[in-house]
Write a protein that binds this ligand. Structure first.
Ligand code: PRP
Length: 190
């Protein structure tokens, strides 16, 4: 198993963390290919509007879009949760809206990860009011054990345990989004 070790410097103390490979680049690319084939079959002959939820979904969406065989258009949206960093109040606002009207379109929301589901639930409610022809969701990662609302994606890449994961778009304080694999970030027990 591949293990990276690194150090995060805080004002007073230094904590040591380890990163363990959870999903390799090869595993991810194979899964993204399978998702793209399934989605392309389901939307056969129709144009799909991919909506990437910034920032985490941008790498997944780039790979997914290039593996799809149906025509696609792309747009992005950014959301922010109210409340503290660790405790979501459940209120979500759009901080960067779409530039594309949704009315009559086949829309596929592209998420890197679904955790509590609060972000996605709010987003779907907002998008539904714009009267798309269809509205579906693809998420590369799903943490069903963390769900606080009753919600499931139409297409899921991998179900993961309640780990803190980084890489392939996912960050820790804006770092590691550019890693090709997905890693579990944990405290070093040594
Ligand atoms: C992540 C992820 C989802 C959301 C899921 O975004 O991309 O949008 O959290 O969490 P939830 O299911 O508990 O609502 P994040 O807020 O970390 O922003 P980022 O994509 O810019 O890193």
């Amino acid at each position: 198993m591949e293990i990276f070790s690194f150090t995060i410097h805080f004002k007073i103390n230094i904590l040591r963390f380890v990163m363990k490979l959870l999903l390799s680049e090869k595993e991810i690319q194979r899964k993204v290919g399978a998702l793209a084939r399934k989605i392309s079959r389901d939307f056969s002959g129709r144009e799909v509007l991919l909506i990437g939820v910034l920032k985490g979904a941008f790498i997944f969406m780039a790979d997914l879009a290039r593996k799809m065989t149906t025509p696609v258009k792309m747009d992005f949206i950014r959301l922010a949760s109210y409340g503290s960093e660790t405790q979501s109040s459940g209120k979500v606002k759009i901080t960067k809206d779409l530039e594309t009207p949704l009315q009559g379109k086949d829309v596929l929301v592209v998420e890197d990860i679904i955790d509590t589901g609060i972000t996605l639930q709010h987003l779907l409610q907002r998008l539904q009011t714009r009267r798309p022809r269809s509205l579906r969701v693809v998420a590369l990662l799903d943490k069903p054990g963390r769900r606080k609302v009753d919600l499931q994606a139409d297409y899921v890449g991998f179900q993961v345990e309640n780990h803190f994961v980084v890489g392939y778009g996912l960050d820790c304080a804006e770092e590691y989004r550019n890693l090709r694999g997905i890693y579990v970030l944990g405290k070093n027990s040594e």
